[in-house]
Design a protein around this ligand. Structure first.
Ligand SMILES: Nc1ncnc2c1ncn2[C@@H]1O[C@H](COP(=O)(O)OP(=O)(O)OP(=O)(O)O)[C@@H](O)[C@H]1O
Length: 455
């Protein structure tokens, strides 16, 4: 049963009609008291709450009610309805545990999507599907994963792919964010429509609008012909906004508007265009931290992260490395016509313990290079070892001369290696290029705490 709490009879009626048409059971109340009373007695699957309900437009009462709802039922999904002017209120509401917010006047499709997504996700907790079941239900062939966390992630990705919910994919560089974004599109009802990828990190501020929304001829000096924007190209399909954390403040506002209203203006034209698009964003930055620092808009974050998928780093799913290597080798057998390509068990073991900060991309590059260069089809440790790509490092990253002694630098590097490898001594030693016993000696010498049992 969906519960609507709003004192405006017009809003209640139109929401009820809309949801009933879609065969949802709906109940509407006008006051906070009635709402809480209903929640106590009935099994509510989702709540739609108008934050500005009651004559008090500060939203205080709505916010209080949200807190009370959360105390009674921490799980029930809550969608807030707010006026455009009270976007800050919506952000506060999200912090208090609401799941989504919709601006008035709302777009019916958008609202129904949000309802469908939240109910779909609530129905089933992830973590129940095996790889086999996932493969039966979805098309994830190009994504190699047996790791439990990854399977949970794929299960959620599969389920949300059928909705139009916006998805934020986070994770270190090379962990497969783009691959997941493509898979969501491929498993969605939009699969036969365009999938448009935009690398926001590569678009300059001055070109943002023309690139995203297009321009008409003469809109600015260099605009000699009309240009179709990326949103228009993605119409009816999916737009994948990569590196969203790299967007400057001005472009963030412009993006927020199109994500809120699904409408925009082509540069140099006064006509408003609407767009029907599914939005998937990705970043390797920590957006919550950026919000705290004031470099990323909080309202934009809530607009894009109805569903967040956090991809694990490869070192957190080391058991998947042999599967990934097998998959890569099998592709290369066909590509280079070398059907006998193999990796020795020793090399496989060695690869499993290799520090790979560039994640799957780094592994893939290394395997491919090793195959290309090796004269034999049976690849051993030595064939790979010469191709371990050191991450690009510039000495400008080093502290200023005089800021640190050599000993202090050594201590810092040891601590970083331990932290990176979750205190696993042998892995940290390998990354530092010393033996385990040499690392133990240094840990004792510098009094760095460690856990002997963690290796
Ligand atoms: N689970 C996986 N199975 C097979 N190949 C994978 C998997 N994950 C990633 N890859 C491959 O690794 C490479 C990097 O993946 P992708 O480009 O999706 O990473 P990313 O997280 O988007 O990187 P960046 O943040 O640098 O843009 C691609 O060639 C991709 O096909």
């Amino acid at each position: 049963m969906i519960l609507i709490i709003d004192d405006d009879i017009a809003v209640r009626t139109s929401l009820m009609l809309l949801l009933e048409q879609k065969k949802y059971d709906v109940f509407a109340v006008a006051t906070a008291m009635e709402g809480l009373d209903f929640l106590r007695k009935e099994n509510v699957t989702l709540i739609i709450l108008d934050l500005n309900f009651s004559i008090d437009t500060s939203g205080k009462e709505g916010m209080q009610l949200l807190q009370q709802i959360r105390m009674k039922d921490p799980q029930v999904p809550v969608i807030l309805i707010t006026g455009w002017a009270s976007i800050e209120l919506a952000v506060q509401g999200m912090k208090l545990g609401a799941n989504d917010f919709i601006n008035k006047p709302w777009n019916n499709e958008h609202l129904l999507q949000s309802v469908k997504t939240l109910i779909t996700l609530k129905d089933q907790k992830p973590g129940q599907s095996s790889r086999k079941q996932l493969d039966k239900e979805y098309e994830f062939q190009s994504i190699i994963a047996e790791d439990k966390g990854m399977l949970e992630l794929l299960e959620i990705a599969g389920r949300v792919s059928k909705t139009d919910a916006s998805v934020l994919i986070t994770g270190e560089s090379g962990t497969g964010k783009e691959l997941i974004a493509e898979a969501i599109h491929q498993n969605s009802l939009r699969r036969n429509r365009p999938f448009i990828k935009v690398n926001l990190g590569g678009i300059s501020t001055s070109l943002f609008e023309s690139e995203m929304f297009g321009h008409v001829r003469g809109a600015f000096t260099d605009a000699r012909t009309d240009r179709t924007g990326r949103f228009e190209m993605a119409n009816k399909g999916t737009i994948f906004l990569d590196e969203i954390g790299d967007l400057d403040a001005g472009s963030q506002v412009k993006l927020l508007r199109v994500l809120q209203d699904r409408s925009y203006e082509v540069l140099g034209s006064s006509r408003t265009k609407t767009v029907d698009v599914r939005v998937i964003c990705a970043t390797n930055k920590n957006l919550a931290e950026m919000v705290a620092k004031g470099t990323f808009r909080e309202d934009l974050l809530y607009r894009i992260n109805l569903i967040t998928l956090k991809l694990p780093a490869l070192r957190e799913r080391g058991k998947d490395i042999p599967l990934l290597v097998d998959f890569m080798i099998s592709n290369l057998r066909g590509l280079y016509n070398r059907p006998k390509l193999e990796v020795t068990p020793e090399a496989m073991k060695w690869l499993k313990h290799l520090p790979l900060p560039g994640n799957i991309r780094q592994l893939k590059n290394m395997v491919e290079r090793s195959v290309l260069v090796s004269r034999t089809d049976i690849l051993d440790i030595n064939d790979f070892a010469t191709h371990v790509e050191k991450q690009p490092f510039s000495d400008s990253k080093l502290p200023e001369v005089g800021a640190m002694t050599l000993e202090e630098t050594e201590i810092l590097m040891i601590k970083r290696a331990l932290q990176f490898h979750n205190n696993r001594i042998s892995k940290a030693a390998l990354a530092l290029g010393i033996t385990r016993s040499a690392l133990y000696r240094r840990l004792d010498k510098y009094n760095i705490p460690y856990d002997e049992t963690s290796d």
